[in-house]
Design a protein around this ligand. Sequence first.
Ligand code: SAH
Length: 351
Amino acid sequence: MNGEGIPLIRRLEQNRGLTREEWAELIRNRDDESAACLFERAREIRIRHYGHDIYIRGLIEFTNYCRNDCYYCGIRKSNANAVRYRLSREEILSCCETGYRLGFRTFVLQGGEDGWYTPKRMAEIISEIRTSWKDCAITLSVGELSRDTYRLWKEAGADRYLLRHETYDPEHYARLHPAGLTAANRQRCLWNLKELGYQVGTGFMVGSPYQTPENLADDMIFLKRLNPQMVGIGPFISHHDTPFAQMPSGTLELTLFMLGLIRLMLPKVLLPATTALGTIAPDGREKGILAGANVVMPNLSPPQVRQNYLLYDNKLCTGDEAAESLKDLDARMQKIGYHLAVNRGDSLNVE
Ligand code: SAH
């Protein structure tokens, strides 16, 4: 039978949530007909709150040094083949300058967990960006730090923080990370960030090794509880120099389905159509928008380092993915009836 999931989709839209069993059933038994119904509802809700605007964030991947050894990630410490780089303060500021000129009003500073950027050094960079571009939002995405460090950076002028929880279940988490990295600590960081007043983004990889529909159900329930301003999800894509080199990648189809579910559960959330989605299919990001996403994050890193921030194989880093090609990206979005918006793109999802 087709479209079996439609009654659960209707219930989800009404109650903005499901039980763990219902989530797992809906995800496990999904089919094209349920997906079509889901995307239609997700688009309607997205347009109700955000119109046809697509928010943009300029992504500055400022270091690929990392002290961690996540099994899925191409810039893990043990990958001796990674060509390492880190950007100086001046280079980071120059990315912001370029970005501002191009129309970006949010800068996302993302990197590995690189001790070279001490809390103090990082705070200096943040406060310089804050002083130079007062009308911009500053987003950090540099992993798990102490509450005091997060507070220092908030006081220096950071507004937002992206930290994917990766997977809620502690056992599944332990299969993706070496001992020492735990789901509990990751989640503690998120609660700290929230308490400190950051606008928070979290999320997970779709189709990561060993992931079950029950894991995804737990992820949905955790998202509901945390109620973040942003949820970033994308397919797991294997990287040839990691322990997961032979693992199959996540699918476009399941990623789109999860995007639709998140839009129905958290109607006002910021939902990026991620680079990973654009990497597994040439029209992945457009399809993401049509499944309920409303944000894209083009790459603002200096072109010469882009090919080195390789979290997974074939990661997009030129073409419409590049910040310089905003016009082309806008043209692609116009083709499906949407357009890029030049503003900070704050979430409507504030309590
Ligand atoms: N060090 C920062 C930034 C990590 S990179 C942090 O810890 O948050 C940003 C995200 O890329 C990760 O959270 C992860 O979900 C995703 N990622 C890493 N490797 C990936 C892979 N092989 N496939 C898809 N996504 C990946």
